[in-house]
Design a protein around this ligand. Structure first.
Ligand code: ATP
Length: 284
């Protein structure tokens, strides 16, 4: 007998639409295009890694999502709303849904760990101090630093400072957390801890995370979705294993960290055989 039962939940994309979507976006600083014809989606509830060669426009993508930059063409959709067309009030509300974590957490050096994490709560809400205290301790507990609440930033290690900044980034319970180079400058142990923490917070707090990182191994390990930017366009996107197998020469060079490929090691110049042995004016 044919199965007439309704088929539910087959389309996972429809069940979990993207939180962020770029549609045919173009952006340049001045006349120089940094991104051109860029389209991608950031799946809700997942960890997405944004990778690519230096200067490829990854930080620019984060600033477009945050509304600090506006596209020349195309759309940056947050839950279907174009960030680039929001008025000041809507943009302020949208930014409240985003936590940003930059490479060197930029903690306030004259404030304790506790006050650093409390800062966005005191600045953006009117919560009573007793509730602020509970939320701060909860966030510090989530990053394993409840016991460090009274220390100053100068009294914690670089890896710990990164975790304090992370607690501060999630203080207002954002939907989206964007990490720009969260692993830069960390020793392998702190790096592993930071990566696991990003993954764990994403899952336990129901966040959506975007990580810009140059650390291939650690980032591919924790990401659900990888986007590779190259030459102002998307070179590959998909699950880490699929991107790793990409036949695109640029992606192959990038994921295998090869010194030469479509991106050249040598700055363009004369051929070696033409350049050496000619100092005395003649060829040998
Ligand atoms: N404010 C600016 N004015 C002009 N050009 C800029 C500005 N900010 C960035 N750029 C240029 O835009 C390009 C993309 O920069 P972006 O910082 O987005 O790249 P990235 O992929 O994040 O690089 P990296 O991995 O090195 O951090 C670079 O060539 C950079 O020099």
């Amino acid at each position: 007998m044919p199965d007439k039962a309704p088929r539910l939940f087959l389309d996972m994309d429809a069940a979990a639409p993207s939180l962020i979507e770029f549609r045919d976006l173009r952006f340049g600083y001045g006349a120089r295009a940094i991104l051109d014809g860029v389209s991608f989606a950031v799946p809700r509830g997942k960890v997405t890694a944004l990778m690519g060669a230096s200067g490829g426009g990854k930080t620019t993508v984060l600033r477009l999502i945050g509304g600090q930059l506006r596209a020349e063409r195309g759309e940056v959709l947050l839950d279907g709303q174009d960030v680039g067309r929001m008025d000041a009030g809507a943009l302020y509300a949208a930014r409240r849904r985003m936590g940003m974590l930059f490479q060197f957490g930029a903690l306030f050096t004259d404030m304790s760990v506790f006050d650093n994490v409390a800062f966005p709560l005191r600045e953006h809400t009117r919560l009573p101090e007793a509730l602020v205290r509970d939320i701060v301790l909860m966030k510090l507990d989530a990053v394993g630093l409840r016991g460090a609440r009274d220390l100053l930033p100068s009294e914690v290690s670089g890896g710990m400072a990164r975790r304090v900044a992370l607690a501060r980034a999630i203080a207002l319970d954002p939907d989206l957390v964007m990490y720009d180079e969260p692993f830069a400058g960390l020793d392998p142990i702190s790096l592993g801890t930071a990566a696991r923490l990003i993954r764990q917070l994403n899952d336990t707090l129901g966040l959506t995370s975007i990580i810009v990182s140059h650390d291939l191994e650690e980032t591919f390990r924790i990401a659900d979705h990888v986007i590779i930017l190259a030459n102002g366009a998307i070179a590959a996107q998909g699950p880490p294993d699929v991107v790793r197998q990409s036949a695109d020469p640029l992606v192959h060079q990038f994921v295998n960290a090869l010194p030469d490929g479509p991106v050249h090691f040598h700055y363009p110049g004369a051929a070696v055989e033409d350049d050496f042995g000619t100092a005395s004016g003649g060829r040998p």
